[in-house]
Design a protein around this ligand. Structure first.
Ligand SMILES: NC(=O)c1ccc[n+]([C@@H]2O[C@H](COP(=O)([O-])OP(=O)(O)OC[C@H]3O[C@@H](n4cnc5c(N)ncnc54)[C@H](O)[C@@H]3O)[C@@H](O)[C@H]2O)c1
Length: 446
C-alpha cells in the first residue's frame, strides 16, 4: 500500500456503507440488502470462545487497552494497525510473548477489518479518526472498544451511535470511570437521593499542557503523515502536532473540554440521570481562550468557564478548565445540594462534605466488574455495556457544546427530542461538523 492511500474508492465497504444508510431510511434495494446480510456478518460467540481482537492505533491508550484485555482470560490479539511503523514493535513483542504468535501488522485498518476471525476492534486513534474507524468496523460486523471522546464533532457522534445501533454491535467507550468504585459509589449515592436535591454540578480539570513552538519539518520515515491526518484538514507536519499532542489542536482533538470533559462531565450527567440515557442541557454558554500558553503552537483554549442549564430535573452544570483548584484535586466532579452539602469525586476517592467543608459519613455500593471485563461479557451476552456508545455520545455532544460556545460566543440551545442544536446557532463551528478532506466521506446513519 502506498503512503496516504486511505481515500475513498468504490469498495465493497463503501457500497455497504451506502447500503446501511439506505437501509436505515427503509429503502434498500434487494442487492444492497443481500450484500448487507452477507458482508457484515460476525461470529456468534459461546461463553467459552475466545474473543479475538484487532487494534487500530498503537499509541498510548490503544496499546494500554490491548494490554488490559490481554490480562483477561479468553482473549487473543490477531492483528494490530498503525500508520507509524515506529509505534508497533512493542505491541508485536507483547502479543508474541503472551500468545506465542505475532499479530499480523496492517497499515490500512480497512484491510484489517476484512479478517473474518477478528471479533472486536479497539479504536485507539486520535479523535479525528474515531468516526471512520468505528463506523467502518461496525459495518464489517465487529464489536468495538472505542476510545473517548467518541468523536471530533456532534454530527459524527450521532452517526456513530446510530451505526452501532443499526448493525447491533456492542460498543463500549473508554470512559472507564463508569466502572471504578469511587465513581460508581458516588453516582449510586446521588441517584438514591442521599445528598438531597442537587441544584448544581461542577466538573473541572487543570490544564498544564505545554506543547512549545516547533517549526514544521519533514515527517519521519516510518510515519505516513497523509494517512495520519486522514479526514482532517491537511496542515504542515510538525513533531509537536502529532502523537499525544494532537489533542491541543482543534483540527485533530478538542482540547480539555472534550478530552477531560468527557470523563468528568460524564459523571455529573450520569449522577443526574436515572440510567444510561442521559439528561441533556437545554442551553449552554461559555467563555474562554488561550490565555496561559500564549505564544505556544496549540490552539485549544487553556481557560474555559462553561455553564449549562438543565430542566427536569432543574439544575446548572459548571465546567472549568483552569490553572489550579486549591484544596481540590486537579480534576473532579462535584454535586451540590439545595442545603449546601457537596459530594466530591475524583480518580481515587470521594467525600461528602457539609456546607462548612466538614466530612460527613457515607456509604458505597458493591464493586462492579472492570471496564474491560464488562466489554468482554457483553460481547458474549450481547448485552449493553456500561459505557454504551449511545450514552457516551450524549456526553461527548455536551462536551463539544463547550467548545462551540467558546468559538461562537453565542448561547446554544439543545433539543433532546431531536438530539440537536436548535436552529443554526453553533452549526458552523468545527465542534458541530467538519468538512472532511477531499477523498474522505463520513457515512451518515440516522
Ligand atoms: N480513556 C482514557 O483514560 C484515555 C487516556 C488517554 C487517551 N485516551 C484516548 O485515546 C485515543 C488515543 O490517544 P493517545 O494519547 O493514545 O494518542 P497517541 O497519539 O499516543 O496514539 C494514537 C495512535 O494512532 C495512530 N494512528 C493515527 N491515525 C491512524 C490510522 N488511520 N490508522 C491506524 N493508526 C492510526 C497514530 O500513529 C498513533 O500511534 C484518543 O481518543 C484519546 O482521547 C483515552
Amino acid at each position: 500500500m502506498e503512503k496516504g492511500q486511505f481515500k475513498d474508492d468504490m469498495t465493497r465497504r463503501q457500497l455497504l456503507a451506502r447500503a446501511g444508510a439506505t437501509a436505515v431510511a427503509g429503502a434498500a434495494s434487494p442487492i444492497l440488502r443481500a450484500m448487507e446480510r452477507t458482508v457484515g456478518k460476525s461470529r456468534i460467540l459461546g461463553a467459552n470462545d475466545r474473543v479475538v481482537f484487532g487494534l487500530i492505533g498503537c499509541g498510548g491508550m490503544g496499546s494500554a487497552n490491548m494490554r488490559n484485555f490481554m490480562t483477561l482470560d479468553g482473549v487473543d490479539v490477531a492483528a494490530i494497525c498503525d500508520v507509524d511503523t515506529s509505534r508497533m514493535p512493542g505491541d508485536i513483542e507483547t502479543v508474541d510473548k503472551k500468545y506465542g504468535h505475532k499479530p499480523e501488522v496492517f497499515h490500512d485498518y480497512r484491510k484489517m477489518l476484512e479478517r473474518k476471525d477478528i471479533d472486536a476492534i479497539i479504536v485507539g486513534t486520535p479523535d479525528h479518526w474515531h468516526a471512520l474507524n468505528l463506523i467502518h468496523a461496525v459495518e464489517a460486523g465487529k464489536d468495538c472498544y472505542c476510545e473517548k471522546p467518541i468523536s471530533h464533532d456532534i454530527v459524527e457522534a450521532k452517526s456513530m451511535a446510530a451505526a452501532a445501533k443499526h448493525y447491533k454491535r456492542v460498543v463500549q467507550v473508554g470512559t472507564w470511570q463508569r466502572s471504578t468504585k469511587e465513581f460508581t459509589d458516588a453516582i449510586a449515592y446521588i441517584r438514591a437521593g442521599k445528598l438531597g436535591k442537587v441544584v448544581l454540578c461542577r466538573a473541572w480539570i487543570s490544564d498544564t499542557s505545554h506543547v512549545g513552538t516547533v517549526a514544521p519539518s519533514q515527517p519521519p520515515a516510518g510515519l505516513d503523515y497523509d494517512a495520519w491526518v486522514g479526514p482532517a484538514k491537511m496542515v504542515p507536519y510538525a513533531p509537536n502536532h502529532v502523537h499525544n499532542n494532537w489533542r491541543w489542536f482543534m483540527n485533530f482533538g478538542g482540547g480539555d473540554s472534550v478530552d477531560w470533559g468527557v470523563h468528568m462531565m460524564d459523571i455529573a450527567l450520569l449522577g443526574m440521570s436515572k440510567d444510561q440515557d442521559l439528561v441533556m442541557p437545554v442551553s449552554a454558554s461559555a467563555v474562554g481562550g488561550k490565555y496561559a500558553f500564549v505564544g505556544e503552537d496549540r490552539d485549544a483554549p487553556d481557560t474555559v468557564q462553561a455553564i449549562y442549564q438543565f430542566k427536569d430535573p432543574d439544575f446548572v452544570m459548571h465546567w472549568a478548565i483552569g490553572r489550579d483548584f486549591p484544596g481540590r484535586p486537579d480534576h473532579g466532579t462535584e454535586f451540590v445540594s439545595a442545603e449546601g452539602k457537596t459530594l466530591r469525586v475524583w480518580r481515587g476517592g470521594w467525600v461528602v462534605l457539609d456546607k462548612d467543608g466538614k466530612e460527613l459519613p457515607k456509604e458505597g455500593v458493591e464493586e462492579t466488574t472492570g471496564h474491560w471485563t464488562n466489554f468482554l461479557e457483553c460481547v458474549k451476552s450481547r448485552g449493553k455495556p456500561r459505557a454504551d456508545i449511545a450514552s457516551v455520545a450524549q456526553t461527548t455532544m455536551v462536551c463539544h457544546m463547550a467548545n462551540i460556545a467558546v468559538m461562537t460566543g453565542e448561547q446554544l440551545h439543545w433539543d433532546k427530542s431531536k438530539m440537536d442544536l436548535v436552529g443554526r446557532t453553533g452549526k458552523n463551528a468545527i465542534g458541530y461538523q467538519r468538512e472532511y478532506r477531499k477523498g474522505y466521506t463520513l457515512p451518515i446513519y440516522k
